[in-house]
Design a protein around this ligand. Structure first.
Ligand code: BJW
Length: 231
């Protein structure tokens, strides 16, 4: 491909119109929870039932959600750009994949995966974890959500860093810009930068351009500008 090399970062805002709660907006996932009580390894050690129930409920909600126009537009962008697009998501849902994106890089893990802390195997997982099911590989009852919590290292950062250093354009969609290292990607990007968000994020001033509105409107518009109308 000879198109522009594009890195797209998505956050909870892109899935909001699919009915999945964001983290920090009013009515968000953490309104009734202290993040430090559910999204740290320490929280899990202190009260595993609380943490497992929180993620079981979200896995259940995900089963009833469907991709929206923003996810579909990014899948179309991949069809047009091929390997010149790297789609990086902080989201632990699978709505990009279900929209048709094939190369999705989940830096914060996946709700539909369980990680056995006894044998270190990861397993596709759609059911609950609260009842401590055995690991399909080793039988230990030590499966935890395969999620990157605060204080843990996000997945695959070298690949993202390389892509950002070589990209022509970095686009951040539906993320508050409050969680690192993703919040710093805009500063690692070599090329032009664009934010698409409901409102200016905490990092908005770091972008060359910032557009405000719902992802289901802004993302299809931007994809059409870049690769033309859907046929
Ligand atoms: C719409 C919309 C619509 C709504 N259309 N838009 C200082 C500097 C650097 C780092 C740190 C620091 N202090 C502490 C740290 C470390 C820490 C951190 O960032 N803490 C902050 C609180 C400051 N980071 C870490 O610990 C990370 N690890 C790490 O740094 O390791 C060290 C290391 C790094 C590199 C190399 C080697 C070592 C790990 C972070 C893990 C984050 N995990 C979570 C929770 C687990 C997953 C889960 O439960 O699902 O991931 S936190 C939570 O926030 C979740 C999200 O992925 C993440 C980002 O949230 P997001 O997506 O931005 O959602 P919201 O709700 O905040 O925002 C939604 C946005 O959408 C809003 O702006 C809305 O306006 C918008 N929106 N509807 C468009 N319809």
């Amino acid at each position: 491909m000879n198109g522009p090399r594009v890195v797209v970062l998505t956050g909870a805002g892109i899935s909001a119109e699919s009915g999945l709660a964001t983290f920090r907006d009013s009515g968000g996932l953490w309104e009734g929870h202290d993040p430090m009580q559910v999204a740290t390894p320490e929280a899990y050690a202190d009260d595993p039932d609380l943490v497992l129930r929180f993620y079981d409920e979200r896995r259940d909600a995900l089963a009833h959600a469907v991709p929206n126009a923003a996810h579909l537009a990014l899948a179309r962008l991949e069809d047009a750009l091929g390997d010149d697009l790297l789609l990086v998501t902080q989201n632990v849902d699978d709505l990009h994949e279900r929209a048709g994106s094939r190369r999705v890089h989940h830096v914060h893990g996946s709700l539909r995966s369980a990680w056995c802390t006894a044998c270190d195997e990861r397993h596709d997982w759609d059911g609950p974890l609260l009842h401590r099911p055995p690991c399909p590989a080793c039988g230990a009852r030590d499966l935890r959500p395969d999620i990157v919590w605060f204080g843990e290292v996000p997945h695959g950062l070298p690949l993202v860093e390389d892509a950002l250093e070589e990209c022509d354009l970095f686009v951040s969609i539906g993320t508050s810009g409050l969680v690192y290292p993703a919040a710093a990607f805009v500063h690692w990007a070599r090329g032009s930068t664009l934010e698409l968000n409901l409102e200016p994020s905490a990092g908005a001033t770091g972008f060359a351009q910032s557009r405000q509105g719902p992802a289901t409107v802004l993302v299809p518009q931007w994809v059409e500008e870049l690769v033309g109308p859907a046929v």
